[in-house]
Design a protein around this ligand. Structure first.
Ligand SMILES: NC(=O)c1ccc[n+]([C@@H]2O[C@H](COP(=O)([O-])OP(=O)(O)OC[C@H]3O[C@@H](n4cnc5c(N)ncnc54)[C@H](OP(=O)(O)O)[C@@H]3O)[C@@H](O)[C@H]2O)c1
Length: 234
């Protein structure tokens, strides 16, 4: 595909630092960045369902040549049609973050309509998609975020302003079917919201065991590789 845009994920930073060699063995020189949006310029033999000119997004297999280039090669099964609204380049922000939210909510937590979910850290990249996906699934969401208006516009039913109240205080005594934590457990409000028996708590703040030889794209998305940056606590 001809690359319209690529996203720069904290994982790319870790790869550049050489920190993830055991998880994603790479040979250098390496073309970085695995999230991409672009237009198909050539279709491989035996590939069906995609044509030259299609606008697509993809989460490229980590470890193979990436998207910080004019052209990128993607396995056909990694492609999805790009959103029809907005700039194609901006759609590069979708694949790994959107898949992470999808996998956490539906593949791991099994979120269903009429269930309740607490999303801690809803103002971020993964959280923003999680709020929208939960709303689309018909679940009732409580979202902690500093960016109230934006998260409300995504469909959150209740917003906790974590700059004014700690999340555990705000949800004290409440039970949720699913809790998705996107904030470090060491930060105030990070990982202490309550769940009860039979309920799901999913934290993406944990490292998963190394998967030598690579792994499925969506597993990689949920691997919870920690962002290296520091944000002021709520
Ligand atoms: N991005 C990916 O592709 C990806 C993939 C797999 C796993 N993960 C993991 O998922 C987690 C979230 O990633 P992300 O990319 O969404 O990060 P992010 O964009 O930095 O979002 C984190 C959000 O948490 C909120 N926050 C920060 N401190 C808080 C606090 N004390 N209480 C409540 N909210 C707080 C902030 O929201 P406000 O803006 O509202 O303040 C911030 O935007 C990380 O652990 C990351 O390692 C990410």
């Amino acid at each position: 595909m001809r690359v319209a845009g690529t996203a720069f994920n904290p994982v790319d930073v870790s790869i550049r630092k050489g920190l993830l060699q055991q998880v994603f063995p790479l040979e250098f020189p390496h073309v970085p960045n695995y999230d991409v949006a672009g237009v198909i310029t050539e279709v491989g033999k035996g590939v069906s369902g995609w044509s030259v000119g299609d606008a697509v997004v993809a989460f490229l297999p980590i470890g193979q040549p990436g998207a910080a280039a004019e052209y990128a090669v993607a396995p056909a099964e990694a492609l999805a049609a790009a959103p029809r609204t907005g700039q194609l380049a901006d759609a590069a922000a979708l694949p790994s973050t959107g898949l992470t939210a999808w996998q956490a909510l539906f593949e791991h937590a099994g979120l269903k309509a009429d269930q309740s979910i607490l999303i801690n850290g809803a103002g971020g990249a993964v959280g923003g998609y999680a709020v929208q996906l939960a709303a689309q699934a018909g679940a009732t969401s409580t979202a902690s975020a500093r960016s109230r208006d934006r998260v409300q516009s995504y469909g959150a039913d209740r917003i906790i302003d974590c700059t004014a109240t700690s999340v555990p205080q705000a949800v004290a005594g409440q039970r949720f079917d699913v809790v998705l934590n996107l904030v470090s457990p060491t930060q105030p409000g990070g990982d202490r919201a309550a769940t009860g028996p039979g309920r799901q708590r999913r934290s993406l703040r944990q490292h998963h065991p190394a998967r030598p030889g690579g792994c499925r794209a969506r597993d990689a998305a949920a691997a919870g590789l920690r962002a290296q940056r520091r944000r002021p606590a709520c």
